[in-house]
Design a protein around this ligand. Structure first.
Ligand code: CS2
Ligand code: MG
Length: 402
């Protein structure tokens, strides 16, 4: 079997997606997600200008050699654009491999290790009361794990809470919007949120929270300690992760479990965090982490240090990545939890998939390969429109992390 052609489908059914389609000389094709929220065309260009020419004529079964060729052969290594492009190629090749062998990808990763993939939902509200109600609503939908985010008195907007009634989609068309932030207001507010949530739902549901990279290590240590009575499943992205040692200080101060990694793209972003056990969950996604080939190795490395997976699964990762995450999550031993932000109806129409949600778990389905495909004709009805993630500033105007 040889790779005969590769094409890139850029569409926007509710939000922008970049999809790589690799076709073989035996009529089998595979899909890879190449979406990088706010930088979509950079990845599309990296694929079309630099990777696709090197793929034609190769044996799609050679996933390891092709991955090494694309990673080491570029000379310039790592980074979100490069690794999303390599990840799209890798996932498409595993899709082809599964189809050619007439088996779901999870069987190529060790087979099923569990009946289903535990997922967590996103609950939010402009106020604590609304957030509590939304947590309850998701529990009523059967979720066993729910992330809670709420608006903060004194701040016009905050991460994770949509403006108005629409679902939360942080990327906005046009130039970046600007928001204002106060860590002090957030630190005073968040323990009160989880006090109310726990009072409403009790102990039998996993609660999660995303700081979204906005604190300093000592602030995150303070928050972790104050959240201990509420037994969070995890506190996510407490601080920006360029300084891996910053997590050491947090770890020394609190038993609240820590998760990070959705912005990581190689093991080197997380090596010390894992080896020093400064985190409990690694959030790298298959699209941004470079594909199944590296993610399996990273999961095995993490398993040595009691670190479990908690793959990123926001709506800006396409259904191709959700499918890949579920094949990965049902197979690997040190699976922790999978994020589940349901895509829009238009997205699900364009990306027809076998995976499904039921009573707190998701299931990848048993179709050969990933069990997802793209309706290119329908996709063409949703043209790309440039969109940006917001910019965040402190109350005094200092630019800070969004
Ligand atoms: C968030 C993401 O899902 C999460 O945990 O951190 O929604 C993140 O904000 C987006 O993926 C950014 O594109
Ligand atoms: Mg996050």
């Amino acid at each position: 079997m040889k790779i005969q052609n590769a094409s890139i489908i850029i569409c926007s059914p509710g939000r922008n997606f970049v999809t790589l389609k690799i076709e073989t000389d035996e009529g089998i094709h595979g899909l890879g997600d190449a979406t990088l929220n706010g930088r979509e065309l950079a990845v599309a260009s990296y694929l079309s200008e630099h990777l696709i020419p090197c793929l034609i004529g190769r044996d799609p079964f050679q996933t390891e050699d092709i991955w090494q060729y694309l990673y080491r052969g570029a000379y310039w290594r790592r980074g979100p654009v490069t690794m999303a492009a390599i990840g799209a190629v890798d996932v498409a090749l595993w899709d082809i491999k599964g189809k050619a062998l007439n088996t779901p990808v999870y069987n190529l990763l060790g087979g099923k290790s569990r009946k289903g993939v535990l997922v967590y939902a996103h609950a939010h509200g402009a106020t604590v009361e609304e957030a509590v109600d939304d947590v309850v609503r998701h529990i009523d939908l059967g979720y066993l794990a729910v992330r809670a985010q709420s608006g903060i008195l004194g701040l016009e907007s905050t991460y994770g809470v949509p403006k108005g009634l629409q679902s939360y989609e942080p990327a906005e068309r046009g130039l970046p919007s600007e928001s204002r932030w106060s860590s002090e207001l957030y630190l005073r507010h968040t323990p009160k949120l989880f006090q109310k949530v726990r009072e409403a739902v009790g102990e039998n549901v996993h609660l999660l929270h995303d700081c979204h990279h906005r604190l300093t290590p000592i602030e995150a240590a303070r928050l972790g300690k104050e959240l201990e009575p509420f037994h969070l499943f995890w506190l996510e992205d407490p601080v920006p992760a360029e300084l891996q040692d910053g997590f050491k200080l947090i770890r020394e101060q609190t038993t609240t479990p820590i998760a990070t990694g959705e912005v990581f793209n190689t093991i080197w972003d997380a090596h010390d965090l894992i080896q020093q056990q400064w985190i409990d969950y690694i959030r790298m996604s298959i699209v941004h982490g470079g594909g199944f080939t590296p993610l399996k190795k990273i999961a095995d490395f993490a398993a040595l240090y009691h670190v479990r997976t908690g793959c990123h699964g926001a709506t800006d990762l396409s259904p191709v990545t959700m499918a890949a995450a579920l094949h990965f999550g049902i197979a690997i031993h040190n699976f922790g939890i999978q994020e589940h932000m349901p895509h829009s109806a238009e997205t699900d129409e364009v990306f027809r998939h076998q995976y499904r949600y039921e009573a707190g778990y998701m299931y990848p389905g048993n179709a050969p390969g990933l069990g997802v495909d793209i309706d290119e004709k329908l996709a063409s009805k949703y043209p790309y429109q440039r969109a940006y993630l917001p910019i965040n500033r402190k109350l005094d105007g200092t630019l800070t992390d969004w």
